[in-house]
Design a protein around this ligand. Structure first.
Ligand SMILES: Cc1cc2nc3c(=O)[nH]c(=O)nc-3n(C[C@H](O)[C@H](O)[C@H](O)COP(=O)(O)OP(=O)(O)OC[C@H]3O[C@@H](n4cnc5c(N)ncnc54)[C@H](O)[C@@H]3O)c2cc1C
Length: 453
Protein backbone atom coordinates (compact mmCIF):
# COMPACT_ATOMS: atom_id res chain seq x y z
CA UNK A 1 0.00 0.00 0.00
CA UNK A 2 1.21 3.51 -0.72
CA UNK A 3 -0.07 5.48 2.29
CA UNK A 4 -2.47 8.42 2.33
CA UNK A 5 -1.84 10.96 -0.46
CA UNK A 6 -0.73 14.41 0.68
CA UNK A 7 -3.88 16.01 -0.77
CA UNK A 8 -6.17 14.08 1.61
CA UNK A 9 -5.98 14.69 5.36
CA UNK A 10 -5.03 11.46 7.13
CA UNK A 11 -7.97 11.89 9.56
CA UNK A 12 -10.36 11.05 6.71
CA UNK A 13 -8.97 7.53 6.27
CA UNK A 14 -9.09 4.49 8.52
CA UNK A 15 -8.64 0.80 7.90
CA UNK A 16 -11.60 -1.41 8.84
CA UNK A 17 -9.59 -4.47 7.82
CA UNK A 18 -5.84 -4.13 8.19
CA UNK A 19 -3.36 -3.96 5.36
CA UNK A 20 -1.41 -7.16 4.69
CA UNK A 21 1.91 -7.21 2.93
CA UNK A 22 1.14 -10.54 1.26
CA UNK A 23 -2.20 -9.45 -0.26
CA UNK A 24 -2.78 -10.11 -3.93
CA UNK A 25 -5.62 -9.19 -6.30
CA UNK A 26 -6.28 -7.84 -9.77
CA UNK A 27 -7.68 -4.40 -9.03
CA UNK A 28 -8.64 -1.85 -6.41
CA UNK A 29 -12.40 -1.82 -5.77
CA UNK A 30 -14.23 1.31 -4.64
CA UNK A 31 -17.79 0.67 -3.45
CA UNK A 32 -19.56 3.95 -4.15
CA UNK A 33 -22.58 4.18 -1.86
CA UNK A 34 -22.70 7.42 0.12
CA UNK A 35 -20.72 9.72 -2.21
CA UNK A 36 -22.29 9.37 -5.66
CA UNK A 37 -20.07 11.84 -7.51
CA UNK A 38 -16.79 12.15 -9.37
CA UNK A 39 -15.76 15.67 -8.31
CA UNK A 40 -14.36 16.30 -4.81
CA UNK A 41 -14.88 12.66 -3.90
CA UNK A 42 -12.26 11.76 -1.31
CA UNK A 43 -12.88 8.00 -1.45
CA UNK A 44 -12.60 7.98 -5.24
CA UNK A 45 -9.37 10.00 -5.29
CA UNK A 46 -7.93 7.85 -2.53
CA UNK A 47 -8.81 4.73 -4.53
CA UNK A 48 -7.26 6.09 -7.77
CA UNK A 49 -4.11 7.03 -5.89
CA UNK A 50 -3.84 3.54 -4.40
CA UNK A 51 -4.55 1.84 -7.72
CA UNK A 52 -1.85 3.88 -9.46
CA UNK A 53 0.61 3.23 -6.64
CA UNK A 54 -0.03 -0.51 -6.84
CA UNK A 55 -0.02 -0.48 -10.68
CA UNK A 56 -3.53 -1.93 -10.68
CA UNK A 57 -6.71 -0.77 -12.40
CA UNK A 58 -9.56 0.71 -10.38
CA UNK A 59 -13.11 -0.65 -10.55
CA UNK A 60 -16.03 1.31 -9.09
CA UNK A 61 -18.97 -0.72 -7.85
CA UNK A 62 -22.39 0.96 -7.60
CA UNK A 63 -24.67 -1.29 -5.48
CA UNK A 64 -28.44 -0.94 -5.86
CA UNK A 65 -29.53 -1.78 -2.34
CA UNK A 66 -33.20 -2.66 -2.23
CA UNK A 67 -32.88 -3.76 1.42
CA UNK A 68 -33.04 -0.38 3.15
CA UNK A 69 -35.87 1.52 4.86
CA UNK A 70 -38.48 2.79 2.37
CA UNK A 71 -36.94 1.63 -0.90
CA UNK A 72 -39.28 3.38 -3.32
CA UNK A 73 -39.62 4.63 -6.86
CA UNK A 74 -39.08 8.26 -5.87
CA UNK A 75 -35.75 7.68 -4.14
CA UNK A 76 -34.40 5.14 -6.66
CA UNK A 77 -35.39 7.22 -9.67
CA UNK A 78 -33.56 10.26 -8.25
CA UNK A 79 -30.48 8.12 -7.62
CA UNK A 80 -30.53 6.46 -11.04
CA UNK A 81 -30.92 9.75 -12.89
CA UNK A 82 -27.25 10.39 -12.17
CA UNK A 83 -25.94 6.98 -13.18
CA UNK A 84 -25.30 7.50 -16.91
CA UNK A 85 -23.23 10.66 -16.36
CA UNK A 86 -21.35 8.93 -13.56
CA UNK A 87 -20.44 6.04 -15.86
CA UNK A 88 -19.31 8.46 -18.57
CA UNK A 89 -17.20 10.61 -16.22
CA UNK A 90 -15.46 7.53 -14.80
CA UNK A 91 -14.88 6.04 -18.25
CA UNK A 92 -13.00 9.19 -19.26
CA UNK A 93 -10.66 8.49 -16.36
CA UNK A 94 -10.11 4.82 -17.39
CA UNK A 95 -12.38 3.53 -14.67
CA UNK A 96 -15.07 0.91 -15.18
CA UNK A 97 -18.39 1.31 -13.37
CA UNK A 98 -20.00 -1.97 -12.36
CA UNK A 99 -23.65 -1.91 -11.28
CA UNK A 100 -24.97 -4.76 -9.16
CA UNK A 101 -28.30 -5.39 -7.49
CA UNK A 102 -28.20 -5.93 -3.72
CA UNK A 103 -25.06 -7.06 -1.92
CA UNK A 104 -24.20 -9.77 -4.45
CA UNK A 105 -20.64 -8.92 -5.30
CA UNK A 106 -18.48 -11.39 -3.34
CA UNK A 107 -16.97 -12.47 -6.71
CA UNK A 108 -15.72 -8.90 -7.20
CA UNK A 109 -14.37 -8.68 -3.66
CA UNK A 110 -12.47 -11.98 -4.07
CA UNK A 111 -10.33 -10.55 -6.85
CA UNK A 112 -9.71 -7.18 -5.19
CA UNK A 113 -6.30 -6.13 -3.90
CA UNK A 114 -7.85 -3.37 -1.77
CA UNK A 115 -11.45 -2.33 -1.08
CA UNK A 116 -12.33 1.32 -0.47
CA UNK A 117 -15.62 2.36 1.16
CA UNK A 118 -17.11 5.81 1.70
CA UNK A 119 -18.19 6.46 5.27
CA UNK A 120 -21.86 6.68 6.17
CA UNK A 121 -23.55 7.00 9.52
CA UNK A 122 -26.95 5.30 9.64
CA UNK A 123 -27.42 1.76 10.95
CA UNK A 124 -28.46 0.17 7.63
CA UNK A 125 -25.43 1.76 5.93
CA UNK A 126 -23.11 0.62 8.71
CA UNK A 127 -24.50 -2.91 8.46
CA UNK A 128 -23.80 -2.97 4.73
CA UNK A 129 -20.21 -1.94 5.40
CA UNK A 130 -19.81 -4.60 8.12
CA UNK A 131 -20.86 -7.28 5.64
CA UNK A 132 -18.23 -6.06 3.17
CA UNK A 133 -15.57 -6.15 5.89
CA UNK A 134 -16.65 -9.61 7.03
CA UNK A 135 -16.67 -11.11 3.56
CA UNK A 136 -13.55 -9.44 2.23
CA UNK A 137 -10.16 -11.09 2.26
CA UNK A 138 -8.53 -7.88 1.07
CA UNK A 139 -7.77 -4.88 3.29
CA UNK A 140 -10.69 -2.46 3.59
CA UNK A 141 -10.18 1.30 3.89
CA UNK A 142 -12.98 3.70 4.77
CA UNK A 143 -12.75 7.32 3.66
CA UNK A 144 -14.86 10.06 5.25
CA UNK A 145 -15.87 12.52 2.55
CA UNK A 146 -19.50 13.37 3.27
CA UNK A 147 -18.58 16.00 5.84
CA UNK A 148 -16.26 18.96 5.94
CA UNK A 149 -14.55 17.81 9.15
CA UNK A 150 -14.28 14.10 10.06
CA UNK A 151 -16.48 13.34 13.07
CA UNK A 152 -13.75 12.11 15.43
CA UNK A 153 -11.42 14.99 14.50
CA UNK A 154 -14.08 17.41 15.78
CA UNK A 155 -15.09 15.77 19.04
CA UNK A 156 -14.72 12.54 20.98
CA UNK A 157 -18.21 12.67 22.51
CA UNK A 158 -21.87 13.39 21.80
CA UNK A 159 -22.28 17.15 21.59
CA UNK A 160 -25.50 18.33 23.25
CA UNK A 161 -25.91 21.63 21.41
CA UNK A 162 -24.92 23.49 18.27
CA UNK A 163 -23.18 26.00 20.52
CA UNK A 164 -20.87 23.31 21.96
CA UNK A 165 -19.80 21.84 18.62
CA UNK A 166 -19.57 25.19 16.75
CA UNK A 167 -16.22 26.40 18.18
CA UNK A 168 -14.70 22.93 17.72
CA UNK A 169 -15.71 22.89 14.06
CA UNK A 170 -14.72 26.47 13.30
CA UNK A 171 -11.29 25.93 14.83
CA UNK A 172 -10.36 23.17 12.36
CA UNK A 173 -12.54 24.02 9.36
CA UNK A 174 -9.78 25.51 7.17
CA UNK A 175 -7.67 22.36 7.53
CA UNK A 176 -10.34 20.28 5.86
CA UNK A 177 -10.94 22.29 2.72
CA UNK A 178 -8.44 20.22 0.75
CA UNK A 179 -8.23 20.77 -3.01
CA UNK A 180 -8.64 17.38 -4.59
CA UNK A 181 -7.01 16.72 -7.96
CA UNK A 182 -9.08 14.64 -10.40
CA UNK A 183 -6.52 11.93 -11.10
CA UNK A 184 -6.42 9.74 -14.16
CA UNK A 185 -6.22 6.01 -13.49
CA UNK A 186 -2.99 4.86 -15.18
CA UNK A 187 -4.06 1.25 -15.77
CA UNK A 188 -7.48 1.13 -17.37
CA UNK A 189 -10.13 -1.19 -15.96
CA UNK A 190 -12.35 -0.72 -19.02
CA UNK A 191 -11.20 -3.93 -20.77
CA UNK A 192 -11.86 -6.08 -17.65
CA UNK A 193 -14.59 -8.63 -18.20
CA UNK A 194 -16.77 -8.09 -15.14
CA UNK A 195 -20.47 -8.83 -14.85
CA UNK A 196 -22.44 -5.60 -14.62
CA UNK A 197 -26.14 -4.72 -14.80
CA UNK A 198 -26.05 -2.14 -17.57
CA UNK A 199 -29.22 -0.51 -18.85
CA UNK A 200 -29.88 2.53 -21.02
CA UNK A 201 -31.69 4.69 -18.49
CA UNK A 202 -33.43 4.86 -15.11
CA UNK A 203 -36.72 3.37 -16.36
CA UNK A 204 -35.03 0.14 -17.45
CA UNK A 205 -33.33 -0.25 -14.07
CA UNK A 206 -36.48 0.64 -12.17
CA UNK A 207 -38.43 -2.08 -13.94
CA UNK A 208 -35.98 -4.67 -12.60
CA UNK A 209 -36.01 -3.54 -8.97
CA UNK A 210 -38.10 -4.87 -6.12
CA UNK A 211 -39.21 -1.54 -4.66
CA UNK A 212 -42.36 0.24 -3.45
CA UNK A 213 -43.93 1.82 -6.54
CA UNK A 214 -46.61 3.76 -4.68
CA UNK A 215 -44.33 6.71 -3.87
CA UNK A 216 -44.15 8.47 -7.19
CA UNK A 217 -41.06 10.29 -8.49
CA UNK A 218 -41.12 14.10 -8.39
CA UNK A 219 -40.36 16.47 -11.26
CA UNK A 220 -39.16 19.24 -8.91
CA UNK A 221 -35.76 17.59 -8.42
CA UNK A 222 -33.74 15.71 -11.02
CA UNK A 223 -30.94 13.57 -9.66
CA UNK A 224 -27.26 13.58 -10.55
CA UNK A 225 -24.01 15.41 -9.94
CA UNK A 226 -24.43 17.79 -12.91
CA UNK A 227 -27.83 18.93 -11.75
CA UNK A 228 -26.50 19.32 -8.19
CA UNK A 229 -23.66 21.52 -9.41
CA UNK A 230 -26.06 23.54 -11.57
CA UNK A 231 -28.18 24.21 -8.49
CA UNK A 232 -25.09 25.11 -6.50
CA UNK A 233 -24.04 27.80 -8.99
CA UNK A 234 -27.60 29.13 -9.10
CA UNK A 235 -27.56 29.36 -5.32
CA UNK A 236 -24.24 31.21 -5.22
CA UNK A 237 -25.35 33.63 -7.96
CA UNK A 238 -28.92 34.39 -6.97
CA UNK A 239 -29.77 33.22 -3.49
CA UNK A 240 -26.65 33.57 -1.33
CA UNK A 241 -26.96 37.40 -1.21
CA UNK A 242 -30.35 37.08 0.56
CA UNK A 243 -29.69 33.84 2.45
CA UNK A 244 -29.29 35.24 5.99
CA UNK A 245 -32.27 37.54 5.77
CA UNK A 246 -34.71 35.34 3.86
CA UNK A 247 -33.83 31.72 4.57
CA UNK A 248 -36.67 31.40 7.09
CA UNK A 249 -39.30 32.91 4.80
CA UNK A 250 -41.22 30.06 3.16
CA UNK A 251 -42.42 32.31 0.32
CA UNK A 252 -38.93 33.29 -0.83
CA UNK A 253 -36.58 30.97 -2.68
CA UNK A 254 -33.51 31.91 -0.68
CA UNK A 255 -32.04 28.56 0.30
CA UNK A 256 -29.90 26.24 -1.80
CA UNK A 257 -32.35 23.30 -2.04
CA UNK A 258 -29.27 21.11 -2.14
CA UNK A 259 -30.38 18.73 0.62
CA UNK A 260 -31.28 15.81 -1.71
CA UNK A 261 -27.93 16.19 -3.52
CA UNK A 262 -26.01 16.35 -0.25
CA UNK A 263 -27.99 13.37 1.02
CA UNK A 264 -26.90 11.17 -1.91
CA UNK A 265 -23.40 12.64 -1.97
CA UNK A 266 -23.98 14.01 -5.49
CA UNK A 267 -22.53 17.26 -4.16
CA UNK A 268 -19.97 17.57 -1.38
CA UNK A 269 -20.35 20.07 1.49
CA UNK A 270 -16.72 21.07 0.85
CA UNK A 271 -17.63 21.95 -2.75
CA UNK A 272 -20.53 24.08 -1.51
CA UNK A 273 -18.32 25.91 0.96
CA UNK A 274 -15.55 26.49 -1.57
CA UNK A 275 -18.02 27.81 -4.15
CA UNK A 276 -19.41 30.24 -1.60
CA UNK A 277 -15.97 31.36 -0.42
CA UNK A 278 -14.91 32.07 -4.02
CA UNK A 279 -17.41 34.94 -4.17
CA UNK A 280 -17.59 36.00 -0.55
CA UNK A 281 -15.70 35.87 2.74
CA UNK A 282 -16.33 34.43 6.16
CA UNK A 283 -17.12 37.97 7.41
CA UNK A 284 -20.27 38.02 5.27
CA UNK A 285 -23.43 37.36 7.30
CA UNK A 286 -24.80 35.16 4.48
CA UNK A 287 -21.71 32.95 4.55
CA UNK A 288 -21.83 32.75 8.34
CA UNK A 289 -25.46 31.73 8.22
CA UNK A 290 -24.79 29.05 5.60
CA UNK A 291 -21.80 27.70 7.57
CA UNK A 292 -24.11 27.46 10.56
CA UNK A 293 -26.54 25.21 8.68
CA UNK A 294 -24.25 23.33 6.28
CA UNK A 295 -21.43 22.72 8.72
CA UNK A 296 -22.57 23.26 12.33
CA UNK A 297 -26.07 21.69 12.26
CA UNK A 298 -25.30 19.17 9.53
CA UNK A 299 -22.17 17.93 11.31
CA UNK A 300 -23.89 17.96 14.69
CA UNK A 301 -26.22 15.38 13.10
CA UNK A 302 -23.23 13.19 12.14
CA UNK A 303 -21.80 13.59 15.64
CA UNK A 304 -25.12 12.39 17.12
CA UNK A 305 -25.30 9.44 14.69
CA UNK A 306 -21.83 8.29 15.74
CA UNK A 307 -21.97 8.89 19.51
CA UNK A 308 -25.64 8.41 20.44
CA UNK A 309 -26.62 4.76 19.84
CA UNK A 310 -30.32 5.62 20.29
CA UNK A 311 -30.25 8.57 17.86
CA UNK A 312 -33.19 8.46 15.48
CA UNK A 313 -35.73 7.22 18.02
CA UNK A 314 -37.75 8.74 20.87
CA UNK A 315 -35.44 6.99 23.37
CA UNK A 316 -32.49 8.91 21.95
CA UNK A 317 -33.89 12.22 23.23
CA UNK A 318 -32.40 13.81 26.35
CA UNK A 319 -33.99 12.63 29.64
CA UNK A 320 -35.68 15.96 30.45
CA UNK A 321 -37.43 16.05 27.06
CA UNK A 322 -38.70 12.47 27.27
CA UNK A 323 -39.85 13.00 30.83
CA UNK A 324 -41.72 16.23 30.24
CA UNK A 325 -43.48 14.91 27.13
CA UNK A 326 -44.51 11.71 28.92
CA UNK A 327 -45.77 13.69 31.93
CA UNK A 328 -48.18 15.44 29.56
CA UNK A 329 -49.51 12.33 27.79
CA UNK A 330 -52.81 12.72 29.69
CA UNK A 331 -53.40 16.30 28.47
CA UNK A 332 -56.51 16.67 26.34
CA UNK A 333 -55.79 16.81 22.62
CA UNK A 334 -58.25 18.83 20.56
CA UNK A 335 -57.42 16.90 17.40
CA UNK A 336 -56.03 13.39 17.04
CA UNK A 337 -55.16 12.15 13.56
CA UNK A 338 -54.25 8.73 12.28
CA UNK A 339 -51.36 8.22 9.90
CA UNK A 340 -53.37 7.92 6.64
CA UNK A 341 -55.15 11.24 7.35
CA UNK A 342 -51.82 12.94 7.97
CA UNK A 343 -50.27 11.27 4.95
CA UNK A 344 -53.05 12.59 2.68
CA UNK A 345 -52.71 16.12 4.15
CA UNK A 346 -56.31 16.12 5.38
CA UNK A 347 -56.06 17.86 8.77
CA UNK A 348 -58.05 20.97 9.78
CA UNK A 349 -54.88 23.10 9.54
CA UNK A 350 -54.13 24.69 6.12
CA UNK A 351 -50.51 25.45 7.08
CA UNK A 352 -49.80 21.87 8.05
CA UNK A 353 -51.57 20.51 4.99
CA UNK A 354 -49.52 22.81 2.76
CA UNK A 355 -46.29 21.52 4.32
CA UNK A 356 -47.35 17.91 3.86
CA UNK A 357 -48.36 18.65 0.25
CA UNK A 358 -44.96 20.22 -0.37
CA UNK A 359 -43.38 17.01 0.91
CA UNK A 360 -45.60 14.86 -1.31
CA UNK A 361 -45.06 17.02 -4.39
CA UNK A 362 -41.39 17.96 -4.15
CA UNK A 363 -39.69 15.53 -1.75
CA UNK A 364 -38.79 18.15 0.87
CA UNK A 365 -40.29 20.82 3.11
CA UNK A 366 -39.04 24.36 3.61
CA UNK A 367 -37.01 24.38 6.83
CA UNK A 368 -39.17 26.84 8.79
CA UNK A 369 -42.43 25.11 7.93
CA UNK A 370 -40.80 21.73 8.55
CA UNK A 371 -40.36 22.61 12.22
CA UNK A 372 -44.05 23.54 12.50
CA UNK A 373 -45.05 20.40 10.56
CA UNK A 374 -43.16 18.18 13.00
CA UNK A 375 -44.09 20.01 16.22
CA UNK A 376 -47.80 19.73 15.40
CA UNK A 377 -47.54 15.93 15.33
CA UNK A 378 -46.83 16.05 19.07
CA UNK A 379 -50.15 17.83 19.57
CA UNK A 380 -52.20 15.61 17.26
CA UNK A 381 -51.18 12.11 18.31
CA UNK A 382 -51.98 10.21 21.51
CA UNK A 383 -48.36 9.80 22.63
CA UNK A 384 -45.09 11.56 21.84
CA UNK A 385 -43.57 8.19 20.92
CA UNK A 386 -46.19 7.78 18.20
CA UNK A 387 -45.67 11.36 17.03
CA UNK A 388 -41.95 10.65 16.69
CA UNK A 389 -42.64 7.48 14.69
CA UNK A 390 -45.04 9.31 12.37
CA UNK A 391 -42.54 12.11 11.77
CA UNK A 392 -39.77 9.65 10.90
CA UNK A 393 -42.11 7.61 8.70
CA UNK A 394 -43.42 10.57 6.69
CA UNK A 395 -40.07 12.32 6.41
CA UNK A 396 -38.16 9.18 5.37
CA UNK A 397 -40.83 7.80 3.06
CA UNK A 398 -41.49 10.94 1.04
CA UNK A 399 -38.41 13.09 1.58
CA UNK A 400 -35.75 12.85 -1.12
CA UNK A 401 -33.44 14.22 1.55
CA UNK A 402 -34.89 11.79 4.13
CA UNK A 403 -33.04 8.81 5.61
CA UNK A 404 -30.17 11.09 6.52
CA UNK A 405 -28.71 11.98 9.94
CA UNK A 406 -30.24 15.45 9.33
CA UNK A 407 -33.69 13.86 9.28
CA UNK A 408 -33.32 12.60 12.84
CA UNK A 409 -31.57 15.73 14.04
CA UNK A 410 -34.44 17.88 12.73
CA UNK A 411 -37.09 15.62 14.22
CA UNK A 412 -35.25 15.22 17.54
CA UNK A 413 -34.87 19.01 17.77
CA UNK A 414 -38.64 19.39 17.48
CA UNK A 415 -38.92 17.02 20.47
CA UNK A 416 -36.50 19.05 22.59
CA UNK A 417 -33.05 17.64 21.72
CA UNK A 418 -30.25 20.15 21.06
CA UNK A 419 -32.58 22.79 22.54
CA UNK A 420 -33.15 24.06 26.08
CA UNK A 421 -36.22 23.55 28.26
CA UNK A 422 -38.83 26.33 27.92
CA UNK A 423 -41.74 27.40 30.11
CA UNK A 424 -44.27 24.63 30.78
CA UNK A 425 -47.24 24.36 28.39
CA UNK A 426 -50.04 21.92 27.58
CA UNK A 427 -49.04 18.69 25.80
CA UNK A 428 -45.47 19.94 25.03
CA UNK A 429 -44.43 20.32 28.67
CA UNK A 430 -41.08 22.09 28.67
CA UNK A 431 -40.44 21.44 24.98
CA UNK A 432 -40.54 24.62 22.84
CA UNK A 433 -43.90 25.11 21.11
CA UNK A 434 -44.44 26.61 17.71
CA UNK A 435 -47.68 28.36 16.95
CA UNK A 436 -49.63 29.32 13.86
CA UNK A 437 -49.00 32.96 14.80
CA UNK A 438 -45.25 32.60 14.22
CA UNK A 439 -46.00 31.25 10.73
CA UNK A 440 -48.51 33.99 9.96
CA UNK A 441 -45.83 36.59 10.70
CA UNK A 442 -43.70 35.35 7.78
CA UNK A 443 -44.16 37.75 4.84
CA UNK A 444 -44.23 34.97 2.23
CA UNK A 445 -46.61 32.62 4.02
CA UNK A 446 -49.61 33.43 1.78
CA UNK A 447 -47.54 32.74 -1.32
CA UNK A 448 -46.41 29.46 0.24
CA UNK A 449 -50.02 28.52 0.99
CA UNK A 450 -51.08 29.30 -2.56
CA UNK A 451 -48.27 27.13 -3.95
CA UNK A 452 -49.27 24.10 -1.93
CA UNK A 453 -53.00 24.45 -1.33
C1 LIG B 1 -38.59 18.01 11.28
C2 LIG B 1 -37.39 18.25 10.41
C3 LIG B 1 -36.97 17.26 9.53
C4 LIG B 1 -35.84 17.47 8.73
N1 LIG B 1 -35.46 16.48 7.87
C5 LIG B 1 -34.37 16.67 7.08
C6 LIG B 1 -33.97 15.65 6.17
O1 LIG B 1 -34.62 14.62 6.06
N2 LIG B 1 -32.85 15.88 5.42
C7 LIG B 1 -32.15 17.04 5.50
O2 LIG B 1 -31.14 17.20 4.80
N3 LIG B 1 -32.50 18.01 6.36
C8 LIG B 1 -33.60 17.87 7.14
N4 LIG B 1 -33.98 18.87 8.01
C9 LIG B 1 -33.15 20.07 8.11
C10 LIG B 1 -33.52 21.21 7.13
O3 LIG B 1 -34.89 21.40 7.16
C11 LIG B 1 -33.08 20.92 5.70
O4 LIG B 1 -31.73 20.50 5.67
C12 LIG B 1 -33.18 22.14 4.81
O5 LIG B 1 -34.49 22.67 4.86
C13 LIG B 1 -32.84 21.76 3.39
O6 LIG B 1 -33.06 22.82 2.51
P1 LIG B 1 -31.87 23.51 1.74
O7 LIG B 1 -31.04 22.45 1.08
O8 LIG B 1 -32.45 24.56 0.88
O9 LIG B 1 -31.05 24.11 2.94
P2 LIG B 1 -30.00 25.31 3.02
O10 LIG B 1 -30.54 26.30 3.97
O11 LIG B 1 -29.62 25.78 1.68
O12 LIG B 1 -28.75 24.63 3.75
C14 LIG B 1 -27.71 23.95 3.04
C15 LIG B 1 -27.57 22.56 3.59
O13 LIG B 1 -27.24 22.60 4.98
C16 LIG B 1 -27.85 21.50 5.65
N5 LIG B 1 -28.84 22.02 6.62
C17 LIG B 1 -29.62 23.13 6.50
N6 LIG B 1 -30.38 23.29 7.59
C18 LIG B 1 -30.08 22.26 8.41
C19 LIG B 1 -30.55 21.87 9.69
N7 LIG B 1 -31.44 22.58 10.37
N8 LIG B 1 -30.03 20.73 10.23
C20 LIG B 1 -29.10 20.01 9.59
N9 LIG B 1 -28.62 20.34 8.37
C21 LIG B 1 -29.11 21.45 7.80
C22 LIG B 1 -28.59 20.68 4.60
O14 LIG B 1 -27.75 19.64 4.16
C23 LIG B 1 -28.84 21.71 3.52
O15 LIG B 1 -29.02 21.16 2.24
C24 LIG B 1 -35.11 18.68 8.83
C25 LIG B 1 -35.53 19.67 9.72
C26 LIG B 1 -36.66 19.46 10.50
C27 LIG B 1 -37.10 20.54 11.44
Amino acid sequence: MVGVPSFIRAERVRFLKPQQTSASGDYVLYVMEACQRTVQNYALEYAVYQANGLSKPLVVLFPLLERQPHPNLRRFRFMLEGLAELRYALRRRNIKLVVRKGSRFSDLMREARLIVLDRAYLSHQREFRSVVVEESEAPVAEVEGGVVCPVEAVSQKAEPYARTIRPKLLKILDRFLEDLPAQQAVKSSLPLDLESWDEDGPEEYLRGLDIDRSVQPVSYFRGGEEEGLRRLSLFVRERLPIYAEKRSDPGTDATSELSPYLRFGMVSPVQVLKAVLRVSSTNDANVQSLVNELVVWRELARNAAVYNPLFGGFDGLPGWARQTLIQHVGDRREYVYDLPTLERAETHDPFWNAAQRELLATGKIHNYVRMYWCKKLIEWTETPQRAFEYAVYLNDRYGLDGLDPNSYLGISWCFGAFDRPFFESKIYGKVRRMTEESLKRKPGIQLYLSRYS
